[in-house]
Each structure stands twice: as C-alpha cells, then as structure tokens.
Design a protein around this ligand. Structure first.
Ligand code: SAM
Length: 354
C-alpha cells in the first residue's frame, strides 16, 4: 500500500516540469560509472587475447529485475492487479507519445484499421481500441515466451503459453475497461504475415523490432499490409545499446554482448554462467537480432517504404563510458554498428507506404 502511494507521488511529481528538472539534476550528480567496482580481479579473455575486467554488479545496475527471469516461480507468477494497472498507464503514455510523433511528422492520426505487432498482454492494443472509428488487430508469437522461459523447453509448452497469454489478455482488457471483442488477437509472424494485404492504415510496435529474426522480411510484410499512404511507428531497444542484451544477455562488462564475437559470447555464458547458459543462449540465438541503424535504413528502403524519421534517443551520460576500444571491438564483431548505435538506448522509427 505504502509503495503504491509513494509511486503515485513520484509519478505525479515527474509530470511537473520543475520537479522533473530537479530530479534529473540530482540524478546527474549521482551518476554511477558503468565499471564502478570492477576491481574484482575477474577477467574474461576473448579470442584476440584481450583481458576484459568483469564487474559482477553491472547487470544489477543496468537490468535490476534480471533475477526474476531465471526463477521459474517468479517467471510464471501472473502479474498483480497493481502491476496490470501500472502497465495500462504506461501503455496509455506510449500510445499518446506515438500518436504525437506520427501526427507531427505525417499529419495522420493513429485511428482506423490498426495492427499492433508483438502485443504481449494487449495493454497497448486496448488503449488503441479506445479511439473512435478504430478496429485493432494485435499479433504475437507465443514461441517467444517459450524461448525466454527458464529451464529446458518441453513438448506442450507452446500450447500452455498460448493459454497463459489468453488469460492475461482478458485480465488486461478488464483493467483497461474495454468491451470484449474490441481487439482481435492473432498468432502471426510479421516476417511471414498471413494478414490481409493493404488491410491496415497504421502498423505499430513497441520493443519488438530488436526481436524479429529477419527485419527485412518484417518490413517487407509491413509494406504489404499497409494501405497506400498508411504509416508505421516502431519504438525499440536496439541490440547495440548498453542494455541491448536485455536481462539474460547483459554481461559483466559494458556492451559485452555486442563487443564479443558470437562464439566468445557463447563461451562466456557457458563458462561463467552455467546455471543460466541454456536459457540465455536460446534467447541470444533466437530472440535478439543484430539490427544496426544502417541496416534498419536499408531494410526500410528495400521494402519499398519511405523513411519519414529515424530517431535514435541517445543517453548522453553514456558517452563518458564509451572508449575507442569498446567501439573498435563492437565494429570488429559487427561492422555496420556505429557510435550512434552504442549510445541510443531507444530508437523510434516512422515510415509511410507511398
Ligand atoms: C519484449 S516483448 C514486447 C512486448 C510488448 N510489445 C511490450 O512492449 O510489452 C517482444 C514481443 O515481440 C514479439 N515478437 C518477436 N518476434 C515477432 C515476430 N516475428 N512477429 C510477431 N511478434 C514478434 C514477441 O512475441 C514479444 O511479444
């Protein structure tokens, strides 16, 4: 109860510009360098003989909730009513932000026939469905959650996951107070979508693009699904950002998941994190693409879409932690990555079908 009141107070305060500026200034004064506490004497030696000092607290600072991903009980625990309400609020904010960006850059509104890709619990889709004269289709792949779950995958996991998602979406709908049937949920891989060509006025996604196996195939599908003049809005947390390893693949060295070549990365997990190796390896191999900003531009152009805007949101503090060695290690493993990729913790993309 107390936690809820404190959270509500913080949220209320942060909506006020003056309070937000004071908080930001305080946080800037308390900035923790990424490699603080690195002097543990532990190293990882990569294939080139480079010794990487390890900081065992780094993952706690970058992805504080990571332990819950490994624990089968926490991972399977349904969200509480409070958590659902919190997600509904954040979904409403995301939709409002997307709407503003799309309106200011294209003059279009997020209304009409909408597709949300990678919808998970439907929190965003239900907010979209509140718009007048709007029909929402929300697609997802339950297999993603099978890959992400702790332990080994077993037969029957996919069907069980689909049932979990269905139940979760119903609770999310009730939380959002949206009528039954307001959103049509479908299991559909955006890279090979079976949805109706030219059937949508807008296609949106949030924290999905970094997970699709083939971004080119995904954009090609989106181009097919959009009606002429239709728009796309995508917000994602790219692989090359400092938190792009997500909870399972954030190593004990900054940008480690992007600095190590895949074989070194896999050896790191196998040798240093044997208890989570299998789960993290599955996620690294199947659920994280290596989409650099340059590759994204190429995929959008090859799909025949117009790139209206590509907005990498940099974390300015990170510039102090980035070294020429880190940049060159990342570029040795992934030549298309740039400093811009490493500093952008979020990227927003707006496209239009000509
Ligand atoms: C990190 S989750 C984000 C979920 C939700 N959008 C949110 O913001 O909470 C990534 C989502 O992308 C979905 N996804 C990944 N690849 C996909 C694909 N090829 N087609 C459709 N959905 C995909 C996953 O199933 C998962 O729901």
């Amino acid at each position: 109860m107390l936690k809820r009141i404190v959270r509500a107070g913080i949220r209320y305060g942060l909506r006020r510009n003056r309070v937000r500026r004071v908080v930001e200034a305080e946080l800037a004064n308390h900035r923790v360098p990424l490699m603080e506490g690195a002097a543990t004497g532990q190293f990882f030696v990569d294939r080139y003989g480079v010794n990487h000092p390890l900081d065992p607290d780094l993952r706690d600072r970058l992805k504080p909730g990571w332990r819950a991903m490994l624990d089968p009980t926490s991972a399977a625990r349904p969200p509480s009513a409070d958590e659902l309400r919190d997600r509904a609020r954040r979904a409403a904010d995301k939709v409002m932000e997307a709407e503003q960006v799309v309106a200011s850059l294209t003059g279009r509104s997020l209304a009409g026939r909408l597709l949300e890709i990678g919808c998970y619990d439907g929190a965003v889709a239900f907010q979209l469905a509140r718009r007048d004269r709007t029909q929402v289709v929300a697609s997802d792949l339950a297999q993603y959650y099978v890959v992400e779950q702790p332990g080994r995958a077993k037969e029957g996991d996919l069907a069980a996951q689909q049932a979990v998602l269905e139940a979760l979406r119903e609770r999310t709908r009730l939380t959002a107070n949206v009528p039954s049937g307001a959103v049509r949920f479908v299991e559909d891989d955006i890279s090979a979508s079976a949805l109706e060509p030219e059937g949508f006025d807008a296609v949106v996604s949030f924290e999905v693009l970094e997970h699709v196996r083939s971004p080119l195939a995904a954009f090609t599908s989106m181009a097919r699904l959009l009606a002429p003049g239709g728009v796309g809005y995508h917000d994602y947390n790219p692989f090359f950002s400092v938190v792009g390893g997500h909870s399972l693949c954030t190593l004990d060295m900054p940008w480690g998941h992007a600095r190590l070549a895949p074989a070194d990365f896999e050896r790191y997990l196998t040798d240093l994190r044997p208890a989570e190796g299998e789960q993290a390896l599955r996620f690294y191999r199947e659920s994280l693409n290596r989409l650099a900003i340059a590759d994204l531009r190429q995929a959008v152009a090859n799909a025949g879409l117009e790139l209206v805007a590509l907005l990498p949101w940099p974390d300015r503090d990170l510039a102090a932690d980035l070294t020429p060695q880190i940049v060159s290690e990342v570029q040795r493993a992934y030549p298309s990555a740039t400093v811009e990729d490493l500093l952008a913790t979020f990227v927003s993309v707006v496209v239009r079908k000509p």
